[in-house]
Design a binder for this molecule. Sequence first.
Ligand code: 3HC
Length: 314
Amino acid sequence: MHAVASYEQEFQAQVDADGRIEPRDWMPDGYRKTLVRQIAQHAPSEIIGMQPEANWVTRAPSLRRKSILVAKVQDEAGHGLYLYSAAETLGVDREELLDLLHQGKQKYSTIFNYPTTSWADVAAIGWLVDGAAIMNQVPLTRCSYGPYARAMIRVCKEESFHQRQGFEAMSVLANGTPAQRSMAQDALDRWWWPALMMFGPSDTDSPNSAQSMAWGIKRFSNDELRQRFVDATVPQAEHLGLVVPDPDLSWDGEHYRYGAIDWAEFFQVMKGDGPCNRERIANRVTAHDEGAWVREAAAAYAAKHTVRTVGAPA
Ligand code: 3HC
């Protein structure tokens, strides 16, 4: 009979050797709990993340922009489904996770609680929010938990398209009429700091990072990925001729040093008191309720057309 200690050793040796932990493998309860915690926050971020941009589908400035936006919003729905499926491999029930979200008891990325007041916001979300998401999600393709890492591979491929279309839309505005340029600058002013908050609290205030990194769930710290994002994005803003809304931003020869993040705002939005938290959940609950008939029809179809293996009870 294996003592737990040797299971622990085998598990940690597998993680330290950059191996993958699969659903049927032994894993510490804390590892399972941390993954459920993180994926349960990640999946609804994708689902709620559909709303800010979907707000502009009917008002996109051209058929081309509309078709790109519809494809992107649809991708986000798929990302949410992959992630809920990854969570289910850890033994959690998708409906329970959705109930927590609908009751306002499930965290999701604060960034999606800000309003999209102009078309330039759709461009800024693609460029900045999906850009930050890529920075944070590419390392997750090497996460120690197999189903999560594999879900991230397709997500990241689609995110690259999201980020590129956003930057291209931002470039059209930044090189457009004075009114379009000021729309682009206004969007950058409003989305820059919430995008930096996407990487989580500073490393000194992150209760989960150390253990997540020891378990190979997190490959880099919140501040490391935030710094990478700033270093990659500031030159892009300069290329667009836009000004990053940070008077303390400076280049020190290696990195762009940025000003203080308003953590009070971050924790306020995380607590549910952001500009759109209540609206986002209300929309989500309405969509879930109004979509019940689709789920029932799909379940009925599946039950009727499930191919039974020979000898299986009818
Ligand atoms: N919004 C809301 N909550 C956040 C947050 C954010 N931006 N950043 C951190 N938090 C929460 C954490 O969930 C944690 O709360 P909990 O302990 O109650 O679960 C707490 O703040 C402390 O943060 P930690 O840094 O200790 O927590 P983590 O180690 O989990 O790191 C994280 C936070 C980096 C966001 C990590 O959870 C992660 O990588 N999550 C998966 C990726 C993700 O969610 N990306 C962003 C949204 S997806 C997206 O952008 C979709 C795209 O298509 C647009």
